[in-house]
Structure formats: structure tokens, C-alpha cells
Write a protein that binds this ligand. Structure first.
Ligand SMILES: [Mn+2]
Length: 455
């Protein structure tokens, strides 16, 4: 396999120095002999050496695994590329975190690409907002087969196998962290008859969970005439379009905080002239984050809660397929234990007890946080009929839940009157009726916990 790169504007192809020999590997490749089919790995948002947030008190060995997780996940991607004899690997930005510009991360990344090169696998890197071209050390020597896209124009690289061009990879990097132009508009396919892949770090479709850099849309990308858009930036794996051109975010390769839940990894992609793009998500993460609600309404004792939590962790561990787990658990459901759960330091004590109970597992499970979303097992209808303070209070709250009552519009009007003179009022958004009802129900239960006995 050979590769050559040329800026899109240049007429004369510049052939990269290609000293590697892939011929010996070619018979092993599932793609051998099918010249119009290419297979590659698409990854992004590696954030190598990023500090893990919200996990300051973890045990030492757990902290060590967490510290290495982004490195190991990247190693797993390289292993996957080598094992699958892919034609090339594309990385769509955010290799490291801009906050620390870790040299160790840059070394690890460079060495990983070096390992690909040793196996004759070219790599193509478009830098993003966390690792713009200006942020990289100039003192690193890169493997010849690793191509880093520039920030001034779109580079076009051709991948060849046995002297025949089998794909072209187009890409462009962020020159600085903040790019507000639609860079995708600068991409032009060559329509040379081979699969054409575009690599870019970009916010497609105004994803509000991420900074609006290099903004573009699915329809704009779809009409540019490529076969595959290899995107980076959004940390959740998403296939925005399945037919050619497939438009794909692989998501980050390893979760880094409790809100990045579920499997993380990269995409193994096969493009051929027959059939739709084949995009297979492959998990490469080492530590998986889960957020779960555990219904404890069947638990009559605190010990029963511990047992049910441990059962939930068994199940989640199994789903994580041998990976370590960081859990954020919420206890939910109506429980006669509600008063006790809310008393003094019961919550903290239970959290510690559950955490300790999960220690010693292999792979390990770390309870990052336990929240209480339980409610008391109150008979609301009976309380509503009572002619006392509790009855008045329950009637007031439940009238907000009743869609025939005018209590909710009245409450809205009162809130409006109280807040209108406040300077921050214009920044507020109106809560929906359902949100107000949800809060009213929670407030009613909190008040009952403080005032009423349990049935
Ligand atoms: Mn990122």
C-alpha cells in the first residue's frame, strides 16, 4: 500500500516517501483483490492524559487505572488497526486536552502512529479545538506515514495498494482553538472513482452540548459529494447519516467524567462500490461510566437495599464486558425507609457502606456518587381527606397536579410578580407545566417527610 499527499490546489502530485512494504501483508487483508473496497479506522476525541473529573477520593490502584485509561484506549485502537490490517487510520481531532498540552500525551500519540507505520498503515490526523496546529510541539519527529493536515487549506492524500489508488483522504485542521467558519465548505471531492473520505473536527447541526466550532449541517455535508465524513468533536457516537456519504462521529475513545456514559471507542469502516457504507462501532474503553436508577421499593431494610444495589452492579459489570466501572447510582421508588434514609448522616453512611461493599471486585466497580430519589410510601388520597394541617398541605400541592384546577396558572402569575423586578429575570426560561408539577410532587413528599408520619 502506498500513499501520497497533495494540497487540493496543487496540480502536480507530490508522492510521499514510501519506504514501507505492505505486499507481504496483502494476502492477509480481507480487502485484498477488491480494489474498490477500503477499510479504515475512524477515531476522534482521544483526549489523551486528560485528568478525570469528580473522582478525587478513589483508591490508589483505581486512580492509576483511570490515569492510564486514555492511553490504553488509544493503544487498543492501534491494536485493532493492526489486527484488522486496515488500509489506514483517520483521527479527527482533540488528541489531547488543551488545558495541559501534555507532552506525554503527544509522545504516546506519536508512538502509536509509529507503530501503525511499522505495520505499513498510514495515518491521517486533522487537529481540533483542543489540539490546534499551534498547540503541538515543533520538536517531535513524526513517522513518515503519519500525515497531519494543515490549517490553511484542505490537503488531499491518496492511499495506494499495489500501485493502484484505492482511496483519497481529504482533511483540514484547526489552526487555533476557536474556529467559527464552516470549514466543510472548502472540501471538494476529486470524483476519481475511488472512495473519498473527508476528515474534520466540526459541530454538525448546532449540537448544543459542544462548542459551535466549524459549524455545518448534515444537508450541507451530504451534498458535497464525498463517500464518508469522518468527524470529531461530539463525544457521543452518532451516525448522522447511514447511506453515502455516511456522516459519523465515533465519539470519544474513553469516558472522562460521569456524564460521558456508556461504551466509548472508534469505528471500523468499510467502503466499497457495492452497498452502503459499513460502519461498525468497536468499544476500546478501559473504564466505563454508568448512571443507573435502582428501584428499592421492594426493600424493607437497609441491608436489602445493599443487596439490590450489588445485584444491579453485577448486571452492569457483565454488560461492561470485562471493563472497570464507575457508577453513579440513584435510589428510586416509594419506600417505607424514606424517613430513615433522610435522617442525619444515613445517606453518607449508606454511600460509604455500598462503596466498600463493591471494593475488591475484579474488574473493579467504583461507586462515584449515590443520590436519593426515593419517596415516602404515603397514601396521598387518605392524607388529602384529613382535616388538619397535613390535609391542607397535601390538598394545596395536589391541586397543582390537577390539570382541571386553576392553581397552576395562579402559581405562575405569583412567581412572575415576585421575580419581575429582579435584574436576572430576563435570563430565566419558563418552566413547563410538567416541570412545575414534578417539582410540586417532590416538594410535597419532602414536606411530608418533615411533618407527617408514614402509613
Ligand atoms: Mn473533544
Amino acid at each position: 500500500m502506498r500513499g501520497r499527499c497533495l494540497p487540493a490546489t496543487r496540480k502536480i502530485p507530490v508522492i510521499l516517501t514510501c519506504r514501507w512494504v505492505i505486499i507481504a501483508q496483502a494476502p492477509c487483508s480481507p480487502n485484498a483483490g477488491i480494489m474498490t473496497s477500503v477499510r479504515f479506522i475512524h477515531c476522534a476525541d482521544l483526549h489523551i492524559d486528560t485528568p478525570f473529573r469528580g473522582l478525587s477520593q478513589v483508591a490508589k490502584d483505581i486512580a492509576k487505572t483511570l490515569g492510564e485509561a486514555t492511553f490504553t484506549s488509544f493503544e487498543n485502537i492501534i491494536d485493532l488497526a493492526v489486527a484488522n490490517h486496515v488500509d489506514f487510520v483517520v483521527i479527527a481531532g482533540d488528541v489531547y486536552d488543551s488545558s495541559d498540552r501534555s507532552l506525554r500525551a503527544q509522545f504516546a500519540f506519536r508512538d502509536g502512529l509509529g507503530r501503525l507505520a511499522e505495520h505499513g498503515i498510514p495515518s491521517f490526523v486533522a487537529f481540533g479545538n483542543h489540539d490546534p496546529v499551534s498547540g503541538w510541539s515543533n520538536s517531535l519527529e513524526w513517522p513518515e506515514l503519519a500525515h497531519r493536515f494543515g490549517a490553511k487549506e484542505v490537503d488531499v492524500c491518496q492511499v495506494t495498494r499495489g500501485g493502484t489508488i484505492v482511496a483519497s483522504v481529504h482533511g483540514m485542521s484547526f489552526g487555533k482553538a476557536t474556529v467559527t467558519d464552516d470549514l466543510s465548505s472548502q472540501f471538494e471531492p476529486h470524483r476519481s472513482g475511488v472512495p473519498e473520505i473527508a476528515v474534520l473536527h466540526a459541530n454538525v447541526g448546532s449540537n448544543t452540548g459542544h462548542a459551535p466550532y466549524a459549524p455545518t449541517t448534515v444537508p450541507l455535508l451530504a451534498k458535497r459529494g464525498f463517500d464518508y465524513w469522518a468527524l470529531g468533536h461530539v463525544h457521543r457516537h452518532q451516525v448522522l447519516r447511514t447511506e453515502a456519504p455516511a456522516i459519523v462521529y465515533p465519539g470519544c475513545s474513553q469516558s472522562r467524567h460521569p456524564n460521558e456514559t456508556g461504551a466509548k471507542g472508534c469505528c471500523l469502516v468499510t467502503l466499497s462500490d457495492s452497498g452502503a457504507p459499513d460502519v461498525r462501532f468497536v468499544p476500546t474503553d478501559v473504564v466505563r461510566y454508568r448512571q443507573e436508577r435502582v428501584d428499592v421499593s421492594s426493600c424493607a431494610t437497609i441491608d436489602a437495599i445493599q443487596r439490590i444495589v450489588e445485584e444491579a452492579c453485577d448486571r452492569l459489570s457483565e454488560e461492561a464486558d470485562g471493563r472497570h466501572l464507575v457508577m453513579r447510582l440513584a435510589l428510586a421508588g416509594r419506600t417505607p425507609l424514606q424517613r430513615e434514609l433522610l435522617q442525619g448522616d444515613t445517606h453518607v453512611g449508606l454511600e460509604e457502606r455500598l462503596r466498600e461493599g463493591l471494593l475488591g471486585r475484579s474488574p473493579w466497580v467504583w461507586l462515584e456518587r449515590l443520590t436519593l430519589e426515593t419517596r415516602g410510601a404515603y397514601d396521598i388520597q387518605a392524607l388529602r381527606a384529613q382535616q388538619d394541617f397535613t390535609g391542607d398541605m397535601v390538598r394545596a400541592y395536589t391541586s397543582l397536579l390537577d390539570s382541571d384546577s386553576d392553581a397552576l396558572p395562579q402559581l405562575r402569575a405569583e412567581i412572575e410578580t415576585d421575580l419581575r423586578t429582579w435584574a436576572g429575570y430576563r435570563h430565566l426560561t419558563q418552566p413547563s407545566d410538567d416541570e412545575i408539577r414534578y417539582l410540586a410532587e417532590r416538594a410535597m413528599h419532602e414536606t411530608l417527610n418533615l411533618t407527617a408520619g408514614e402509613d
